[in-house]
Design a protein around this ligand. Structure first.
Ligand SMILES: NC(=O)c1ccc[n+]([C@@H]2O[C@H](COP(=O)([O-])OP(=O)(O)OC[C@H]3O[C@@H](n4cnc5c(N)ncnc54)[C@H](OP(=O)(O)O)[C@@H]3O)[C@@H](O)[C@H]2O)c1
Length: 278
């Protein structure tokens, strides 16, 4: 089995660079899909309170028989948990649903700039971190200006910033900002929800290296230092997405893929997204 590289977070915790995302996997399918990913070799699962499948992720980790400390699990604070007590309770519920004593990484899911104070939410995240029930804390969908607002007003630097990123939204400036502040960038929708399959440049590189467009795209992310967790309920694709450690893209292929950027999102713009579930 290929060894997945790890990246050191700013507090020394190691995160596997390739994981398995479970967004939009219905709870009824999550155990099977996650056990299957763990069998294939994934040791990093990305879930969220909002996905409604934390319980099933925990069940899958136990069912796999893999020791808990060998699987890195991330969850995220739901957008309707805005007040301190509610945030603390929801974290307790996440741990209880997962059946874990400690989570590996907990993120603020969205900044929600027009709804609530993300700096105040971050301070509660710091409290949770101080309780030692999570190994690292971070944010998701934060723009550089959101992060700058945190820096002056808080003690703990986010370990990661999880944002939409793929060849059509390369996020070069945001990634450079994250790196300058010792924040690891995690790329969600890393294969642009399958759109990379239709791109002629990626398809041609894939033909040349004897891999699929999804594999080439995931390899591009790995080589530029992103953490990725493609989602699939299709076992052959979960295997395909893991099989990216036996080849390398040369500089011209890396540059050609980076040049595909057109700042095109598949999801919402974090400056405008203020959705709070009921
Ligand atoms: N922080 C956030 O706000 C946020 C937002 C969105 C996602 N995420 C995280 O990022 C993870 C991945 O993002 P995503 O699910 O939106 O997008 P994605 O991983 O880029 O794409 C998933 C889609 O691509 C298909 N697919 C997977 N592997 C493929 C392959 N090898 N060839 C062709 N198609 C393939 C899947 O189909 P099938 O499943 O039908 O096989 C699914 O429709 C999520 O699961 C979640 O953990 C975070």
């Amino acid at each position: 089995m290929a060894a997945v590289p790890t990246i050191s977070l700013n507090n020394g915790v190691e995160i596997p660079q390739l994981g398995f995302g479970v967004f939009q996997i219905p709870p009824g399918e999550t155990v099977k899909a996650t056990v299957s990913a763990l069998e294939i070799g994934y040791r990093h699962i990305d879930t969220a309170q909002m996905y409604g499948n934390e319980r099933e992720v925990g069940l899958a980790v136990r069912e796999s028989g893999i020791p808990r400390d060998e699987v890195f699990v991330t969850s995220k604070l739901n957008n309707n948990r805005l007040e301190r007590d509610d945030i603390l309770r929801s974290f307790d519920a996440s741990l209880s649903d997962l059946g874990f004593d400690q989570l590996d990484l907990f993120l603020i899911h969205w900044p929600l700039p027009a709804v609530a104070d993300y700096v105040a939410r971050w301070k509660v995240m710091e409290e949770i971190y101080a309780s030692d029930r999570v190994r690292a804390i971070g944010v998701s969908n934060f723009q550089p200006h959101h992060l700058s607002n945190l820096f002056g007003a808080s003690e703990v630097r986010p370990a990661v910033n999880q944002v939409e990123a793929h060849p059509f939204l390369s996020q070069d400036e945001l990634r450079a900002f994250d790196a300058d502040h010792e924040i690891v960038t995690e790329a969600w929708a890393p294969i642009a929800r399958g759109k990379v399959n239709e791109d002629p440049v990626i398809t041609e590189i894939a033909r040349q290296v004897g891999k699929t467009p999804a594999q080439v795209t995931l390899r591009w992310h790995i080589q530029r230092g992103d953490v990725v967790f493609p989602k699939s309920v299709t076992r052959s694709r979960v295997e395909e997405n893991f099989d990216i450690f036996d080849f390398e893209l040369d500089q011209s292929a890396m540059t050609a893929i980076s040049a595909l950027n057109r700042d095109e999102r598949t999801g919402p713009n974090p400056d405008e997204f203020n959705y709070v579930p009921g």
